[in-house]
Design a protein around this ligand. Structure first.
Ligand code: KIV
Ligand code: ZN
Length: 511
């Protein structure tokens, strides 16, 4: 039996630190459920002290997730640790992750503390965290640029104080694989009580080496990897979960450990995260990119037809690329929809949720002949990202686009129960429609991103639109799907406005 490699997913915490990738509590819970289905061992759900919204999200994930450990981040400060402990109270299994910087530059310039003061604060933080849970992780931030002797000293002390996981972050993505691997090796051999904790790594991708560094650390004894879906994360991102997991699984001839993940959930998780954050996956991205298993050249196609293994090292099905079955049409009933959604791992808590999804499904079936699994995912995504009591609702939209004429849009919105109509011209019909919305709502929010993706192929495909708005440092992502991309765009813009209005929506969570 290979050793267990623990997967610690930080999409909801470090991933959310990607500028613009903010997620609501409900969106975080949806992603956490897919991670749980994937059998991720630890889900870092957020940074509870960062804002009331972050606290509520961690609490919501902690109360929902049963099979994975739910973790909250805290600086090495009593107030942070107690707030994390409070947010995690309802969890089946919880972990507090506390950190303090240990590199000379961070200690001197950022913390303005001596190494001895840092060590003392780290020990106190771990002891405080142990009052809330016996599962405590400690990270010496910027370990990748810290001095080995000091790292050994502080890690030995925090293990004695009760830390059960020691995470070694390459915070600025500065390390090179052989160097990072030997750092792990040195720590494990030099620290006398290293066998009392699991050693973990957390690598950033500034030099494109996050996955390589993580794997090198695993080869040198690390038994937890911190990673994110699609490699989302601060700046250039974190190590991508799908790449780490599939490298270890595919190269069992090299690794003496393996994860216990259900890898067939990888592609659904990737799509969900891309949809919610509005960060699309590049087509040539390993494992989850649209072309990751596509063979273009004739020589390759010929080889694969003769023997798949000539050019394929993994099975597409193993990471969740499904047949994308044609499933339902306009004559399908509510129970057929419910049963197919269940197969896709989607269950509604209330009848109302299912009813809403069914109404949207019938609407779609009128416009689109064949409905695929991906259409259903988008439809459900829209159902769950729209609010029960939406402040702004679309009532009607009419657009006009004619060669040689200025495009214009007329739309009616229901704003808090009152109908209002406006028209506007624009450089295109989408621009005109957005301007008409603003004439009514006057949000003055800044449009940061507008992106359209088709969910399945064909001109009758659902268009999935993401609109990112920013106002007073609040960033929100709206989603909308429709066979008509102008309607999808307007729905997405309205969804973003409703999110901006939601009281607990918050600024970017970095402190
Ligand atoms: O990159 C980093 O150092 C972090 C720590 C909080 C682990 O995200
Ligand atoms: Zn990080």
């Amino acid at each position: 039996m290979p050793d267990k490699l623990i997967i610690f997913d930080t999409t909801l915490r470090d991933g959310e630190q990607s500028p613009g990738a903010s997620m609501t509590r409900e969106e975080k819970i949806r992603i956490a459920k897919v991670l749980e289905r994937m059998k991720v061992d630890v889900i870092e759900a957020g940074f509870p002290i960062a804002s009331p919204g972050d606290f509520e999200s961690v609490k919501g994930v902690a109360e929902t997730i049963k099979d994975s450990t739910v973790c909250g981040l805290a600086r090495a400060l009593d107030k942070d640790i107690d707030r994390a402990g409070e947010a995690l109270k309802g969890a089946n299994s919880s972990r507090i992750h506390t950190f303090i910087a240990t590199s000379p530059i961070h200690m001197e310039k950022k913390l303005r503390m001596s190494p001895d003061q840092v060590l003392e604060q780290a020990v106190a933080a771990v002891k405080r965290a142990r009052q809330h849970t016996d599962n405590v992780e400690f990270s010496p931030e910027d370990a990748g640029r810290s001095e080995l002797d000091f790292l050994c000293r502080i890690i030995e002390a925090v293990i004695d104080a009760g830390a059960t996981t020691i995470n070694i972050p390459d915070t600025v993505g500065y390390n090179i694989p052989h160097q990072f691997g030997s750092l792990l090796n040195n720590l494990l051999t030099k620290i006398p009580n290293s066998d009392k904790a699991i050693f973990s790594v957390h690598c950033h991708n500034d030099l494109g080496l996050a996955v390589a560094n993580s794997l090198s650390a695993v080869l040198n004894g690390a038994r937890q990897v911190e990673c994110t879906i699609n490699g989302l994360g601060e700046r250039a991102g974190n190590a991508s979960l799908e790449e780490v997991v599939m490298a270890v699984r595919t190269r069992q001839d090299v690794f003496t450990c393996d994860t216990t993940l259900d890898t067939t959930q990888i592609v659904p998780a990737s799509r969900l995260v891309a949809g919610i954050t509005g960060f699309p996956v590049q087509p040539n991205k390993a494992i989850v990119g649209a072309n990751a298993f596509a063979h273009e050249s004739g020589i390759h196609q010929d080889g694969v037809l003769k023997n798949r293994e000539t050019y394929e090292i993994m099975l597409a099905e193993d990471v969740g690329w499904s047949e994308n079955h044609i499933i339902l049409g306009k004559h399908s009933g509510r129970s057929a929809l419910k049963s197919r959604l269940k197969d896709l791992g989607i269950e509604f808590k209330s009848e109302e949720g299912l009813n809403q999804a069914f109404a949207r499904f019938k609407d779609l079936a009128d416009k689109k002949h064949e409905i695929f699994d991906d259409d259903l995912q988008a439809l459900v995504s829209e159902t769950t990202t729209s609010f029960k009591n939406e402040y702004i609702k679309l009532v009607s939209l009419k657009v006009c686009s004619e060669t040689g004429e200025t495009p214009n849009a007329t739309l009616t919105l229901n704003v808090d129960g009152r109908e209002e109509t406006a028209d506007s011209e624009g450089s295109g019909v989408v621009d005109a429609a957005f301007k008409a919305i603003e004439k009514i709502v006057i949000s003055n929010a800044e449009l940061k991103l507008y992106s359209v993706n088709n969910i399945t192929s064909g001109t009758d495909a659902l268009g999935d639109v993401t609109v990112r708005l920013e106002k007073s440092k609040r960033v929100v992502n709206g989603q909308g799907a429709d066979t008509d991309i102008v309607i999808a765009s307007v729905k997405s813009y309205i969804n973003a406005l409703n999110k901006l209005i939601q009281a607990n929506e918050r600024a970017h969570p970095q402190l």
